[in-house]
Ligand binder design. Structure first.
Ligand SMILES: [Ca+2]
Length: 476
């Protein structure tokens, strides 16, 4: 090794000027000035929000965030089920690459053995990282991503969904319960609670996230904090006050549309849920959105109190969409259609556009490169997706990209959906099932399949080629 006095003077000077103490090594505190990241995931939240036009639902805190954010009107998850969606956007790879097609496997699948997850990368680059609640799927956390990792449950233990009222000691608090009658998808069981808000998981999650945001702010490092709310995922459970604004008789019955019930992960036999039952289910889903919204408000209050908006990127998203009976009577997720793959996404970033919508088609695999870009970390070459920075600067910027979403059967990709600004193309691995084409502008519920319409033959052909290109690249 050369002695320092043998190094040319110019190089020494350059080194001195460009390297500040503590910033030159992996794992050391990042250089100052990097923004924080607050990633907020609401489980099974679809676009039933006032900022997306569903004005029956009350979400003052989502509204408040939307006033600071770009609202993406055409954002798509890559797989419309919890764990495959989350593992995809947290790894920056498509489900065909992660090979995560269900909720049963560990999040670091064999295909992700060498992958660096999004929060893991931020941690490596000197961020204080923490998660509370359902970020990876329940019980499928990746501990190496986090400095602090907590379930967000009142007793800190892992609690899966279906047993929640009993596991939380809430059996006595149930004022009313019900279930979507008829076998219409995932079942739709709901609980109206007489009280006990503070015994629920999401308030605990919000409180701990707020504390960790404060801790992160005082840590001397930028923070990456992920907040995973359970609601509005099933069981639809919330205190009475959140049901009260939604009188059943004021809720419009979901129109089923003259289309076959789509094939989701849960197979139904009879679409014949009663009107009362469907109204009760809709009410419970809306109540759970409002309940989640209140918890979101606690986190946003902390952002206000600590004056963090000027140096924090905030994302709010649903991990997948949710059908509410408007496609052939189906309630649930997992299908290749708009209400299942289309998701709400708000991004509030310092110095970027706010209180506006963006009609460009974006994908959840875009999160990873976007956050790396906005936070000034070294770009990675092993990621899918692209930085959304141009759209955060100008939501109307040119953007010629489609979104690809899949589901799988027997551990192999099955449906492939391609979304463009105007159309959705759906293909089935089963060659006997013809491809479908929908005009989302004229027919947002996708009730009218245009695949056989001569005037759309060129569109169908173009989308078929896009799908084939995608399959060639990613399906095996
Ligand atoms: Ca979900």
């Amino acid at each position: 090794m050369k002695a320092p006095h043998h190094v040319p003077h110019l190089v020494c000077l350059a080194l001195l000027l460009s390297v500040s103490p503590g910033s030159s090594q992996e794992g050391r505190p990042a250089a100052g000035g990097r923004p924080n990241v607050l990633l907020i995931i609401a489980d099974d939240l679809n676009r039933s929000l006032p900022c997306y036009g569903q004005t029956l639902v009350r979400t003052p805190n989502v509204d408040r965030l939307a006033a600071r954010a770009v609202r993406f009107d055409r954002a798509y998850c890559q797989y419309p089920v919890c764990s495959p969606s989350r593992v995809s956007f947290l790894s920056g790879r498509r489900p065909e690459q992660t090979r995560m097609f269900g909720n049963e496997e560990a999040s670091r699948t064999p295909s992700l053995k060498d992958a660096v997850f999004l929060p893991e990368y931020f941690r490596q680059k000197g961020y204080f990282t923490a998660r509370v609640g359902k970020v990876f799927h329940i019980g499928r956390d990746v501990p190496e991503c986090w400095d602090v990792t907590e379930e967000g449950t009142p007793d800190g233990k892992v609690i899966y969904q279906p047993q929640e009222p009993d596991k939380l000691g809430l059996r006595e608090s149930i004022a009313q319960e019900g279930r979507l009658d008829g076998d219409t998808g995932e079942g739709g069981h709901w609980y109206r609670l007489a009280s006990a808000e503070e015994k629920l998981i999401d308030p605990t999650t919000a409180r701990r996230v707020s504390e960790l945001v404060e801790q992160g702010t005082g840590s001397g490092k930028p923070f990456f904090i992920a907040c995973g709310f359970r609601r509005p995922h099933l069981p639809w459970m919330a205190p009475e006050e959140f049901f009260a604004p939604y009188a059943p008789e004021t809720l419009p019955l979901p129109v089923r549309g003259d289309v076959p019930r789509p094939v989701g992960p849960v197979q139904g036999k009879s679409p014949a849920a009663s009107d009362d039952s469907r109204r009760a289910a809709l009410r419970a889903y809306f109540a759970c959105i409002s309940f989640m919204d209140k918890q979101l408000g606690r986190v946003l209050d902390t952002m206000d109190r600590l004056k963090l908006w000027d140096n924090t990127v905030v994302l709010l998203l649903g991990d997948n969409g949710y059908h509410l009976g408007t496609r052939g009577g189906y309630w649930g997720k997992g299908t290749p259609y708009e209400e299942s793959c289309g998701v709400p996404l708000l991004i509030a970033a310092p110095g970027k556009a706010k209180a506006t919508g963006c009609k460009r088609v974006v994908e959840y695999v875009d999160f990873y490169p976007t956050l790396v870009d906005l936070c000034g970390l070294p770009a990675r070459s092993d990621l899918e997706g692209r930085s959304l920075r141009p759209l955060l600067d100008d939501p109307a910027a040119p953007w010629e990209h489609a979104a690809f979403s899949i589901n799988a059967r027997n551990n192999q990709p099955y449906n492939l959906a391609v979304s463009t600004e105007r159309f959705r193309y759906v293909e089935h691995a089963d060659a006997k099932k013809p491809a479908e084409l929908y005009d989302l502008q004229a027919d947002p519920r996708e009730w009218s399949d245009l695949a056989g319409a001569p005037e759309h033959a060129a569109t169908l052909d173009a989308l078929r080629r896009l799908a084939a290109e995608h399959r060639r690249k990613f399906w095996r």
